[in-house]
Design a protein around this ligand. Structure first.
Ligand code: ATP
Ligand code: MG
Length: 573
């Protein structure tokens, strides 16, 4: 069975050049950072990573690797909260699973708290920062708007000595949460709101998952982020577009402190249709039990995609194909599925599984006979070889593969008609057995042609339909979980109100089939193992599987809607 082991795959002809690489090429030419390329992936440990983060991970680690540079993993943990340890561990697992290695460069912004405090002191000493006693509400009111300049805080011109004294006492824990903040002294009439004396330290008597109760003041993101980049010697600090307006502030701190100055570069975040991509919203789905957890196979989280059966190769291929741009756009989830199908098509072994079983009794087949038939494991990959599958007098086929009154163009089984059982024999339907009371079809009586072993005959006789099947006496009962989109519309965030997205959850996103019948070879399948159920899609064994009781997630169906979309747009050109 194909497992998640990275496999040597033909290098895809994906154009990797992008505007960020152009900037780096230029910097290498001019010797801006002495030929160094050093990036970082800086998650805030307040949730599990999603496919958007995967884009950023692939970009940062990918660039480092292609330029013989380095990429750090740094937790931006400036927001103390209880559950962070779980998130830190999950993030490390996800980055590793994607196949990236930060080696010994695992950092935390909290490692720099003392240094950051010293930087803040330095700003205070040089009159570039002041302690402000306005409440958060007032600070907001004083800030002004895009069309109106802000108003200066009455505390703005405190003498340096007083600021130093108050800031040190803030650190010593003398003041209540929210009673005072340290602010940068920049420009209350700047057209950029981020430059209107932003808060750089706040009082928060909370226990931090790493520093415990050592600190009761915490640096704000904008202050901590750029300076952490500087401390680590990052060259290119790649972030998403919403930080573009923060870049002047990023630069201001570094310039005022006269420290090493990395370059912030912004790119458009990944948006996908039929899902949401914010940790806060995903957490809401988890907390309110709309999904079974962060790793629910319907979630766009990396752990959810992994459980669903996504491979790291498909996610990395996807990241390459969507590229990096400066303009926001929404990517069709069909492209992600297409990348996955391509990967699994090449390596997922084919097996037979009947999702909605209908019993077929082959009346002319000897009662106690069992044959071991040969079945190819992957027509795309001859080296995958063949396996033996048992055939006997009673088999299950798919309910949908039989119609008592076949409509036109229905080529599978119906009374008097002959079909091929894949890898086995031709069978012909002789009789339909029904429940006397309900009229429901219970089983079919068929005959087989012993001359058609393997699924073909010498007499040139043609059958139009081929069905998959399993031997009733040998099949293993399995649970199969089928998934639809998590949301019932392309853009669940289209309403203005931020909480409305939950109204658009797709009530049919999960269908559980409890009585599926699969080949006996799948009885002990290891969680995480992929296979293609012939004609049904790609599946992956779920961690809920137990020996003899496998549980499968449908990773993706076989129908490639991306190929269709691509064709349509090509035709339109
Ligand atoms: P969210 O908005 O989902 O909460 P975030 O930006 O707050 O995400 P962080 O932990 O701060 O999450 O992100 C870590 C890195 O991942 C940042 O550099 C961020 O820019 C990047 N990132 C987050 N979301 C996306 C996305 N959708 N596409 C690309 N990069 C992303
Ligand atoms: Mg964030």
């Amino acid at each position: 069975m194909a497992n998640n082991t990275p496999e040597k795959k033909e290098e895809k002809a994906v154009e990797k050049t992008n505007f960020i690489r152009n900037i780096i090429d230029e910097d290498l030419k001019t010797g801006k950072y002495d030929g160094r390329v050093h990036t970082r992936f800086p998650p805030e440990p307040n949730g599990y990573l999603h496919i958007g983060h995967a884009k950023s991970i692939c970009l940062n680690f990918g660039i480092a690797s292609d330029y013989n540079g380095l990429c750090n993993l740094r937790f931006d943990d400036t927001n103390p909260s209880k559950e962070e340890v779980e998130y830190v561990e999950s993030i490390k697992e996800d980055v590793r699973w994607l196949g990236f290695d930060w080696q010994d460069r695992l950092y935390y912004a909290s490692d720099y708290y003392e240094q950051l405090y010293q930087y803040a002191l330095q700003l205070t000493k040089t009159g570039k920062a002041y302690v402000c006693d306005l409440g958060s509400r007032e600070i907001k009111d004083y800030r002004g708007t895009l069309t109106e300049p802000g108003k200066e805080s009455p505390y703005r011109n405190r003498p340096v000595e007083e600021n130093l004294d108050l800031f040190e006492r803030m650190r010593a824990g003398e003041f209540a949460d929210g009673s005072r903040v340290l602010r940068a002294k920049i420009d209350m009439s700047s057209p950029n709101l981020n430059m209107r004396d932003p808060v750089i330290y706040r009082i928060l008597k909370a226990t931090h998952h790493r520093t415990g109760d050592t600190w009761c003041i915490y640096p704000m993101y904008d202050f901590a982020h750029g300076l952490s980049d500087s401390i680590e010697g990052i060259t290119h600090s790649i972030c998403t577009l919403e930080f573009e307006d923060h870049r002047p502030l990023y630069d201001w701190f570094l310039d005022q402190l006269e420290v090493y100055h990395p370059q912030q570069i912004e790119f458009a975040r990944l948006n996908l249709n039929y899902t949401v991509m914010s940790k806060r919203k995903l957490k809401e789905l988890v907390d309110n039990k709309h999904v079974s957890g962060w790793d629910d196979p319907r979630m766009p989280s990396i752990s959810g995609l992994r459980r669903r059966g996504y491979t790291r190769e498909s996610i990395r291929d996807f990241a390459d194909r969507i590229g990096v741009a400066k303009k926001e756009s929404t990517v069709d989830i069909a492209l992600l599925e297409h990348c996955l199908r391509e990967d699994l098509n090449a390596r997922a072994p084919r097996v037979m599984a009947v999702l909605h079983p209908l019993k077929v009794v082959i009346t002319n087949y000897p009662e106690d006979q069992v044959e071991e038939l040969d079945a190819e494991n992957n027509p795309e990959e001859p080296a995958a070889g063949t396996r033996k599958i048992p055939f006997s007098r009673e088999v299950y086929i798919e309910q949908d593969d039989f119609r008592e009154d076949p409509p036109k163009k229905f080529f599978r089984l119906s009374p008097g008609r002959e079909i091929r059982l894949k890898h086995a024999y031709y069978i012909k339907c002789e009789k339909v057995i029904k429940d006397e009371k309900t009229g429901e079809i219970i089983e079919l009586h068929c005959t087989y042609d012993p001359e058609s072993r393997g699924g073909w005959t010498n007499d040139g006789r043609k059958v139009r339909g081929t069905s998959h099947w399993v031997s009733a006496a040998h099949a293993i009962k399995a649970e199969v979980r089928l998934y639809g989109h998590l949301f019932d519309r392309e853009n669940p965030e289209e309403e203005k109100d931020d909480t409305d997205f939950k109204n658009f959850l797709n009530p049919n996103s999960l269908e559980v089939l409890g009585d599926c019948m699969v080949e006996p070879g799948l009885a002990e399948i290891r969680p995480g193992t992929h296979c293609q159920f012939l004609r049904q899609g790609y599946f992956c064994a779920d961690p809920d599987s137990k020996p003899g009781k496998p549980v499968f997630n449908r990773t993706v169906s076989l129908r490639d809607s991306w190929a269709k979309i691509r064709k349509k747009t090509q035709n339109a050109k």
